[in-house]
Write a protein that binds this ligand. Structure first.
Ligand code: CMC
Length: 421
């Protein structure tokens, strides 16, 4: 049997045969065959928008790999900085390459004083840190005007700056929102420990994070570093396809991450668990979800129709964190919710399983992060993934993203002057 599909226009009886390549069917063949008739796929559920060699996601089987490496092995043995290198450059670094990369990232963590003083401090005291983050990432574009040069060497410079400065901006946004003085990066610390220092340091000369907590955060960063063509990555690629500079494109991706259906879901999970309040309220909540009155936050995924492999790792990491911080009291409610949902036909039939956000918020909360910071904690590592896609897109010399639409509005009609309406 040929590895192809045949499309027949039943109005004319004409057919074309289109090969299936890498699991996809080239839509340009369709467009040439039937000009003006479009695939209608508003949320891209059946559309491949890119050929990508970065992340492999098999949602049916719960598989996630970065550049071919299983997420379980990376979470077990790698570090976020190494994973960021892997995503950006396509291969794991040699010891020398890693040392250069670590040095470069570590030495680009500082931000221009005006970004901090004039921008961050200009926000209202109760500004959401994601709002501050989106705006300051975009503002960086004005501090590095040469970022408009999209040659690989110049883009690489911005990639290092962005990965390095995200924790500084993130921690700065938090400190501003609680009225604490900004903490400068400490170049003697590694990536996660430095971020924790910028978050929590008060009067001590050096903040040494608990190593178990710094490692747990690093694992969470690995798990969140990329996830192929999700909403924010699609925003990154869409904006990148217009050749906007890397800061502007990253700001757009960060904005897309902000929503509760995407990076904001871990915050929604904690609000949900808090509202449920106790284990004995779980069955009643599940009934509300089944009646369509509520959503089970942290459950379900457009692509995973199986247990999200990241959720499995996070559940394990949570035990290591709780051993240090004490158990998050909401954990028992979460475990009960998972148990009830996974044995209920509503969730089984729809293949709804816990996703990455179901347990991550519990860890962040136990580590002392306020809920406003949860999506920010997602944005820090996802920056590496977004930029890997941006680089891939530029290298592919992609056309500008420009979907078509089915016009369903009024047919032509004549303008009526206001006094006659
Ligand atoms: N609770 C209850 N029912 C659900 C849920 C849920 N969390 N998710 C999906 N369903 C139902 C949905 O009502 C629909 O039922 P029916 O066929 O009877 O109409 C069916 O399952 C299919 O759902 P869908 O809305 O077509 O799924 P989608 O692919 O459009 O949405 C989702 C995916 C992640 C937005 C959705 O599952 C959701 O809102 N989950 C809760 C929010 C969440 O946890 N988001 C984090 C996603 S993972 C991290 C990230 O990517 O940022």
């Amino acid at each position: 049997m040929a590895d192809s599909i045949t499309i027949t226009d039943n109005r004319t009886g004409e057919s074309i045969e289109v090969p299936i390549i890498d699991g996809g069917v080239d839509a340009t063949a369709w467009a040439k065959f039937l000009p003006g008739t479009w695939f209608h796929d508003p949320s891209f559920g059946a559309t491949s928008a890119a050929a990508s060699a970065i992340t492999e996601l098999d949602g049916e089987n719960g598989i996630l790999r970065y550049r071919g490496y299983p997420i379980e092995q990376l979470a077990e043995s790698s570090s976020y900085l190494e994973v960021a290198y892997l995503l950006i450059h396509g291969e794991l670094p040699s010891p020398e390459q890693f040392e250069d990369w670590r040095y470069e990232i570590t030495h680009h963590t500082f931000i221009h004083e005006n970004v901090r003083k004039r921008f961050m401090e200009g926000f209202h005291h109760d500004a959401h840190p994601m709002g501050i983050l989106v705006s300051t990432i975009a503002a960086l574009s004005t501090f590095y005007p040469n970022a408009k040069d999209l040659s690989p060497e110049v883009v690489n410079k911005q990639v290092i700056r962005l990965i390095a400065k995200m924790p500084t901006l993130a921690a700065g946004a938090y400190r501003h929102s609680v009225g604490m003085p900004f903490v400068y990066p400490d170049n003697s610390l590694d990536f996660a420990a430095n971020f924790l220092s910028m978050m929590w340091k008060t009067a001590e000369p050096r903040y040494d994070a608990n190593p178990a907590l710094a490692r747990a955060l690093d694992v969470l960063f690995i798990l969140h570093a990329d996830h192929e063509q999700n909403c924010s990555t699609t925003a990154m690629r869409t904006v990148g396809s217009s050749h906007a500079d890397p800061y502007i494109a990253t700001a757009a991706a960060t904005a897309a991450l902000y929503g509760p259906r995407h990076g904001g879901a871990n915050e929604a999970v904690i609000r949900m668990l808090t509202a449920i309040g106790s284990i004995d309220q779980v069955p009643a909540y599940i009934e509300q979800v089944k009646a369509g009155e509520e959503r089970l936050q942290g459950f379900g995924h457009r692509v995973y129709k199986n247990y999200d492999p990241r959720a499995r790792i996070i559940k394990q990491t949570s035990e290591e964190v709780f051993a240090v911080t004490g158990k998050n009291p909401l954990l028992d409610i979460a475990l009960k919710l998972e148990e009830v949902a996974l044995s209920d036909s509503y969730f089984i039939d729809r293949k709804l399983y816990p996703n990455v956000d179901f347990y991550s918020g519990l860890i962040y909360q136990a580590m002392g992060f306020p809920m406003d910071m949860f999506t920010v904690l997602f944005a820090i590592p996802r920056t590496a993934g977004w930029l890997a896609h941006y680089i891939e897109l530029l290298a592919q010399d992609s056309r500008i993203y420009r979907p078509r639409q089915l016009y369903v509005g009024h047919p032509v009609r004549d303008y009526v002057p206001i006094e006659r309406r």
